[in-house]
Write a protein that binds this ligand. Structure first.
Ligand SMILES: Nc1ncnc2c1ncn2[C@@H]1O[C@H](COP(=O)(O)OP(=O)(O)O)[C@@H](O)[C@H]1O
Ligand SMILES: [Mg+2]
Length: 322
């Protein structure tokens, strides 16, 4: 039986590839290997990680924290890891003053409000989306490979973005209704019309959503061939589809390969268990998503050489597995 590979991405030429999955499943590893693959095919690729458990710099053996950095030795590949603190600072710089302008137009607050809002849960991932949107609009990269926060994080964010968009219409109406009263209270204070700021936010939220729903945006789920992995994947796939996103492949990681399974009873049993879930995934998503298996490797995936190996395993379909 032929097992799937990620080679279909070469044909579909996505502009954004999101890697989703819970921690420890190999999300950052497979995202890195995918970005490497794209750059080797001549595309300008950006590998971006907003996984709050940072590991990209470790995997690349290169400090890419906080700043887009060219990956030495790989033409056309740049990488950046945005950890929480960095993102909150960037958020403050980009949106902080606007938040102050809007809130201070109807509440007696001082600038501390910026720090207060900056520490709201989810703000880091929300900023990540607008950061990616800016890069996506620019023409510097052919493809952005995005190592997202573990499943829940990104999804709740999309939900938030969606709600934000729908409810802002209401907020602006409310604002219009109390506008005259506000103008009397705040005469001369606001530098910009808060309503136009709100309108900009609304447009940004709408643009970010359409970027995620674009045909050229795809999501790859990374998981383990176990009961828990299968049920989580089902849930995330349904949720992504519910938001109009396109999950196109599932990577089942840490599979004991055929040869290793012959070496001991322990590995034989383990592989038998895993293959049951691989087949279940294949039955479930036949014709709608590619199911790609990645073997448990005997070495640590660290450095370009190791990533190269993962990349060739992901992008070449294997035969004889069953
Ligand atoms: N197929 C594999 N075989 C062996 N080790 C792997 C494999 N995939 C990932 N790893 C290792 O597992 C650990 C977790 O991988 P990582 O990509 O950081 O996971 P995540 O981003 O999902 O938390 C890393 O040490 C990585 O080298
Ligand atoms: Mg990770």
């Amino acid at each position: 039986m032929r097992r799937g590979s990620l080679s279909f991405l070469d044909v579909e030429r996505p502009r954004i590839v999101m890697f989703c999955g819970k921690g420890g499943v190999g999300k950052t590893t497979t995202a890195s290997a995918t970005a490497l693959h794209f750059s080797e095919r001549g595309l300008k690729a950006l590998l971006l990680s907003t996984d709050p458990t940072p590991s990209l710099s470790d995997i690349l053996e290169l400090d890419v924290r906080g700043e887009i950095t060219p990956v030495k030795g790989v033409e056309g590949l740049e990488a950046v890891e945005l950890d929480y603190d960095v993102v909150v600072e960037m958020w403050k710089e980009r949106f902080g003053w606007e938040v102050y302008e809007v809130v201070s137009s109807f509440l007696p607050v001082d600038e501390e409000i910026i720090d207060y809002v900056a520490n709201a849960p989810g703000i880091d991932q929300e900023f990540a989306l607008s950061y990616i949107y800016d890069l996506y609009r620019g023409s510097k990269y052919d493809v952005i490979v995005w190592d997202t926060a573990p499943a829940g994080g990104t999804l709740s964010l999309i939900k938030l973005q969606d709600k934000f968009y729908r409810h802002l219409g209401e907020a602006s109406k409310l604002y219009l209704r109390v506008r005259t009263a506000l103008e009397i209270l705040t005469r001369g204070r606001a530098k910009r019309d808060p309503l136009s700021i709100i309108e900009e936010w609304r447009r940004l939220a709408e643009d970010v959503l359409s970027m995620l729903k674009d045909r050229k945006t795809t999501a790859i789920l990374v998981t383990i061939p176990e009961s828990l992995g299968v049920s989580q994947t089902k849930r995330v796939v349904d949720e992504l589809k519910g938001y109009g996103l396109r999950p196109s492949a599932v990577i089942l990681n840490y599979i004991v390969d055929e040869k290793a399974s012959q070496s001991s009873e322990f590995y034989r049993k383990r592989r038998e268990m895993q293959m049951e879930y691989v087949r279940e995934m294949e039955r479930l998503y036949e014709g709608s998503m590619e199911i790609v298996t990645l073997p448990l490797l005997p070495f640590e995936v660290k450095g370009l050489e190791a990533l190269e190996e993962v990349s060739s395993l992901l992008f070449t379909s294997s035969s004889g597995e069953s």
